[in-house]
Design a protein around this ligand. Structure first.
Ligand code: PAF
Length: 281
């Protein structure tokens, strides 16, 4: 496995790799969710690259950029054991040098949900992912369904800017109590960790209602709200029943939808989602 900070070295190593190339973009603090992305890339591609970069451009003022975990030694060991070929660990100053002023802005679908709570977040994500695509020139890029809006934004950017690659979305990996794996789970104290399972319970409550035949968006949103309110350590930021492509809220769920929510457990902000299959009812 080759590991470099340097863009020119990365490009040289990339040129020496033959066959199809899969990229797994990450911010490090790797867990089984990332491992599943690397595993899938390993199955589908001749060579696999991973980026580890805590991207300052996607954090707002007062967010957890400084606190974000950076266990680089452990991450590299894990990537070695997963069979990654190439790892890029650029420094922020090399991706955003003084005078940097070019940004990728995806419009409508970045406005609701995460975009509403974290202004500027998706401009930072789209910009860095575009730079990673330029650096690695992957045939496929692997993202987790846990960040459903990020996936929608990246798909839109890939279509709109004609990146010649396929976006592959992998299922959310969960703890036994349903909590979605996230590097931010490391912030949770023991009591908060127990409480955090309420996010999945809220989504599951809405999905059970949908499975029982409920199609009104507001009823599904109310089910999520009620479950979140039952956990004293949880504070809702939003609950949503939206069209999975446009992310606009649905009055009725007729042909599939995306249930998503964001909540604070203590000071830790967590997100999660489940999809609703359209069954033509
Ligand atoms: O999902 C993440 O870890 C990040 O948003 C990404 C895609 C690596 C961009 O910084």
């Amino acid at each position: 496995m080759r590991v470099t900070e340097d863009l020119e070295e990365l490009r040289e190593s990339r040129r020496s790799l033959r066959g199809s190339f899969g990229l797994v973009p990450t911010m490090g603090a790797l867990h089984e969710g990332h491992a599943s992305l690397v595993g899938r890339a390993r199955e589908e591609c001749d060579a696999v690259g991973v980026s580890i970069f805590v991207n300052p451009a996607q954090f707002g003022p007062g967010e957890d950029l400084g606190a974000y975990p950076r266990p680089i030694g452990r991450d590299l060991e894990m990537l070695e054991s997963l069979g990654a070929d190439l790892v890029w660990t650029p420094a922020a100053a090399s991706l955003y040098p003084p005078g940097y002023q070019t940004w990728v802005t995806v419009e409508e679908i970045t406005r609701p949900l995460e975009g509403g709570c974290r202004p500027g977040h998706f401009r930072g994500v789209a910009t860095v992912v575009a730079k990673l695509f330029n650096a690695f020139t992957p045939d496929r890029a692997y993202f987790g369904q846990k960040d459903a809006q990020q996936v929608a934004v990246i798909r839109r950017m890939v279509r709109d800017l004609d990146f010649p690659l396929e976006v592959v979305v992998c299922p959310t990996v969960r703890e036994p109590d349903g909590l979605a794996l996230s590097s931010r789970n490391a912030y949770l104290g023991a009591e908060e960790r127990r409480a955090a399972a309420v996010l999945h319970r809220a989504l599951a409550a809405a999905r059970a209602l949908y499975d029982a035949g409920e199609r009104a968006g507001e009823a599904l949103r109310a089910a999520m709200r009620e479950e979140l309110r039952s956990e004293p350590l949880a504070r809702e930021e939003y609950v949503s029943v939206a069209d999975p492509e446009t992310l606009l809220e649905l009055d009725r769920v007729e042909s599939g939808g995306l249930l998503s929510l964001a909540a604070r457990i203590g000071r830790t902000r967590l997100i999660d989602n489940l999809t609703l299959e359209g069954r033509g009812r």
